[in-house]
Write a protein that binds this ligand. Structure first.
Ligand SMILES: Cc1cc2nc3c(=O)[nH]c(=O)nc-3n(C[C@H](O)[C@H](O)[C@H](O)COP(=O)(O)OP(=O)(O)OC[C@H]3O[C@@H](n4cnc5c(N)ncnc54)[C@H](O)[C@@H]3O)c2cc1C
Length: 395
């Protein structure tokens, strides 16, 4: 996106990518329909990026409406899904990326694939030369390329096999730029299940539950995995779980297996057990709990389920699980941490490296899933490119 904005202003743009093709993470996101952005009001959207984050200004300047117009301009009109999430009508990333690459070629953007950025050239006094970039090319050969202005968009460190692996971090730190540690965001939670539970329920969803940790709470379907729990509601609470685990070494996560009923309503339903009903039959009949939900209750109580409604109901409303770790960054949807905004000016330029601009997940922000990640990546790219154009125009 930065390349497009720069090229449209008449600049010659060279785009360097270490993979054999560009946009691999966009294609990965396309596998689940490519949730480009979100239709919620702009004030609600910017609140997702934390108070007064420079990302908010970028999103206001290049908002969801602009992103949707841009996609439509590439032949990929968008629609609003039931949850307010915005997708291309094709529900895929491939046609969008294909049209986009054709448009970039028309604008004269030169692609340099299999070029891995290795850092800046170094001046004789040991400081980085922001106009000189070192790349390793396909044969292992190291080449240097000069630029008048540079926009970095090297991503975070999630799903490294599609390209972004955080290898830029040591180079930035060596240049004296503050980079907050890259950490998993929108990630699964690790829970030590019993072997019996994993064998029977890994891959089975807990339908329509509410998960909570600290002050975070989310509702929906939660997937049991062999390592713990995954899926949308888990991603929603994962940032707070990660922070609590980092601080305390463990975090308590609770699951409300019947969020539509109050505790008293659960007690009432549990108060008419027929003598011949097994506990499993009773829980299924009275509350409609699935086999996975009932097994989770057993798992969390070491198979010592109380029979008294007054004791059983609080368990149904809050199955308590201890989380000692979150999924590693390699398996996370996105990355928290990155280049500190303290080292950037309002145009997304690194103050100590004039002419060097940063966009996307390289920056120190995080947001939930729901289209916010791509929206912020596109918006900061537009902001960084406009910053670069303005900087070049300065006397
Ligand atoms: C499975 C999955 C599904 C997702 N689905 C969605 C979704 O539906 N909606 C949403 O909003 N977000 C989604 N995201 C997140 C979204 O894809 C990212 O937030 C977004 O792609 C970040 O954009 P970026 O340009 O900052 O980084 P990236 O898209 O990661 O691009 C960085 C590029 O830099 C290249 N690179 C890295 N290091 C070097 C180097 N040293 N030299 C040269 N090139 C380098 C990489 O190969 C890569 O092509 C998803 C993420 C994952 C993992």
């Amino acid at each position: 996106m930065a390349a497009e904005v720069l090229a449209e202003s008449g600049l010659q743009v060279d785009l360097y990518e270490h993979m054999p093709s560009v946009g691999r993470k966009l294609l990965l996101a396309g596998r689940s329909g490519l949730n480009l952005t979100n239709s919620e009001p702009i004030d609600e959207m910017v609140a997702r990026f934390g108070p007064a984050s420079p990302v908010c200004d970028a999103v206001r300047s290049f908002p969801p409406t602009a992103l949707r117009e841009w996609a439509a301009g590439l032949g990929e009109p968008t629609y609003i899904g039931s949850s307010g999430r915005v997708f291309p009508t094709s529900f895929r990333a491939t046609p969008l990326l294909r049209a986009w690459l054709a448009s970039l070629a028309e604008h004269g953007v030169r692609m340099h694939l299999r070029h891995r950025w290795l850092g800046w050239g170094i001046e004789t006094d040991g400081t980085p030369d922001p106009t000189m970039h070192r790349f390793r090319t396909v044969g292992g050969e190291v080449t240097e390329h000069r630029s008048d202005v540079t926009v970095f968009a090297l991503g975070g460190a999630s799903w490294p096999r599609v390209g972004s692996d955080g290898s830029w971090v040591p180079h930035f730190r060596a240049a004296g730029i503050e980079v907050a540690a890259l950490r998993p965001a929108n990630c699964g939670l690790h829970i030590e299940w019993s072997r019996v539970f994993v064998e029977q329920f890994a891959g089975v969803p807990l339908k329509n539950v509410r998960v909570s940790a600290g002050s975070s709470t989310a509702r929906g379907d939660v997937m049991v995995t062999d390592r713990g729990l995954e899926s949308g509601p888990i991603y929603m609470i994962s940032a707070e779980v990660r922070d609590i685990v980092d601080r305390d070494g463990t975090c308590t996560v609770t699951i409300d297996l019947h969020p539509d009923l109050t505790r008293d309503a659960v007690i009432a339903r549990l108060s008419s057990r027929r003598p011949k009903d097994s506990m499993t039959t009773f829980l299924r009949r009275s509350l409609g709990l699935s086999p996975a939900a009932i097994a989770l209750l057993r798992e969390a109580t070491d198979n010592e389920l109380p029979s008294a409604p007054i004791t059983l109901a609080p368990l149904v409303k809050a199955v308590t699980l201890a989380v000692q770790s979150v999924a590693p960054i390699e398996r996370a949807i996105s990355t928290a941490g990155g280049v500190s905004f303290d080292d950037l000016d309002g145009r997304f330029m690194i103050r100590r490296l004039p002419g060097t601009f940063i966009a996307g997940e390289m920056l120190d922000w995080e947001a939930p899933t729901g289209g916010y990640l791509l929206q912020a990546s596109f918006s900061t790219a537009v902001a960084a490119a406009n910053g670069a154009i303005a900087w070049l125009a300065e006397p």
